[in-house]
Structures are given as C-alpha cells and as structure tokens.
Design a protein around this ligand. Structure first.
Ligand code: PGA
Length: 252
C-alpha cells in the first residue's frame, strides 16, 4: 500500500509572533499547489492562534508540541486537547525526547496522551528513539521496542492506523549527526514489524513512520526514499522557509 509522506516542522521554543508570521507566509506561497505530501508545522502554544489564522486556506496543517491528558481543570501551565482542537490544530507531538529528557515524560504518560488526542480527533505524532550510549551498547532495538510498546499501549487498531510514529535517534537531534539511510531504514522496519505484532499487518502497513534528527535539504531525499521512511519530523531546518520547502519537495 502507498502511504502519503508527511513532513512536519517542530519549531521547538523558537520564533516570536513576527518571526512566525514571516515564516508561514513564505511557506504558504512555496507550497501553493504542492500535492502528494502532507505538510505540518508545530509552533509553541502562544504562536498557535496567529499561525493557524495565517495558514487558513492553505495545505499546511498545524499542531501543538505537547498537551496534557485532561480536558480542563487545575493543571497550571498545561494545555488541553480541547484547547488545541478548538484553535484548529490537526496534530500534536507527544513524547519528544526533549519532553522525556527534561520534563520526565514516560511511555505510560505518552500513551495516555495519545489515547486522549485521538478522542478529540487530533493526530498524535509519537516520538521514540535511543540515546548514543544505548546505540553503542547495542540496545537500540530493546529501547525503541520498549518505547513503541509502552507509548502506543491501549490504542485501538483504528487509532493506531491514524497515529504517526517519529523515530528520532536522540544522538542525531540538533547535532548535525544524521543516521545513515541504512541505520534509519533498519529501525523503521523494526518498528513496523513491532506494530504488526502488537496490532496487525494492515495497521503496520498503514502507519506512517517519520524519521527525525538533523534532516536537512541535502540528506532528505536519501532518507525519504527508503521503504519504511514515510516522512520527516524536522527541527532546525524547519525554521528556514527555503530549507523546509526543499525537504518537503524531496518527499514527492
Ligand atoms: P533537528 O530536530 O532536526 O533539529 O535535529 C528534530 C526534532 O527534534 O524533532
């Protein structure tokens, strides 16, 4: 089956409203009439209203970088799925390695959030990936396997089919050190096989698995041409309209 590639920009904690508007206005023009690829950007929460408004009637979806699993209540500093949906978000990144590393997010928490995201019609982009010492100790499959299993636990087959998984080796994030196409493809195939065992073959064939970690215009084509790499989650390069556009076009 053919999976539509999906390229999403993870802006992290960058951009003011002014920067954001400049960037998305440029992207809107660059992607005019572009098809055969799904495109998204995930700004910080405070930028969402301006970005969503600027991208009305465009082919660029918008998402949050995180959310809490409760709909509302006394959770100071958190943002709810209801609020993301209300603004017009399509995606939500969950369990990014920076959330896991700096904010103590666990597989169990991520799975809870993923389940709730679906109940509000948000598409979760669930991130997994090993650290450098884990890869060097030969633990990549063990670590990624545990994260895939725990972070996607409790999803129905239907929910899983719509979920996007992002494989992001932590050692490749923001380091300029990209995984080789062979390294990335091997882990993507491994994840797809895990999905087949945990859900079924149809689900495994349908789920889009993005690669993330120093994706740039010059390495995008090689990565995206691999059988099991169905898109990219792009950090640094998504902040530059030319670079992000080149990566999107490499997916077609
Ligand atoms: P990077 O970040 O492209 O800057 O390496 C990717 C990510 O963290 O999603």
């Amino acid at each position: 089956m053919s999976r539509t590639p999906v390229i999403v920009g993870n802006w992290k904690m960058h951009n003011t409203v002014g920067d954001a508007l400049q960037l998305v206005r440029a992207l809107k023009v660059k992607f005019l009439g572009v098809s055969g690829v799904e495109i998204g950007v995930c700004p910080t929460f405070v930028l969402l209203p301006a970005v969503i408004d600027a991208l009305k009637e465009s082919n660029i979806g918008v998402g949050g970088q995180n959310m809490y699993f409760e709909n509302k209540g006394a959770f100071t500093g958190e943002v709810s799925p209801v609020q993301l949906k209300d603004l017009g978000c399509k995606y939500v990144i969950l369990g990014h390695s920076e959330r896991r590393q700096f904010f103590g997010e666990t597989d169990e928490l991520v799975s809870k959030k993923a389940k709730v995201a679906h109940s509000h019609g948000l598409i979760p982009i669930v991130c997994v990936g090993e650290k450098l010492d884990q890869r060097e100790s030969g633990l990549t499959e063990e670590i990624v396997g545990k994260q895939v299993d725990g972070s996607l636990d409790g999803l129905t087959k239907e929910e899983m089919s719509k979920t996007i998984v992002a494989y992001e080796p932590v050692w490749a994030i923001g380091t300029g050190k990209v995984a080789t196409t062979e390294q990335a493809q091997a882990v993507h195939a491994f994840i797809r096989e895990l999905l087949r065992k945990k859900f079924d073959a149809a689900v495994a064939a349908e789920v889009r698995i993005q690669y993330g970690g120093s994706v740039k215009p010059d390495n995008a084509k090689g990565l995206l041409s691999q059988n099991d790499i169905d898109g990219a989650l792009v950090g640094g390069a998504s902040l530059k309209a030319d670079d992000f556009s080149a990566i999107v076009k490499a997916a077609i």
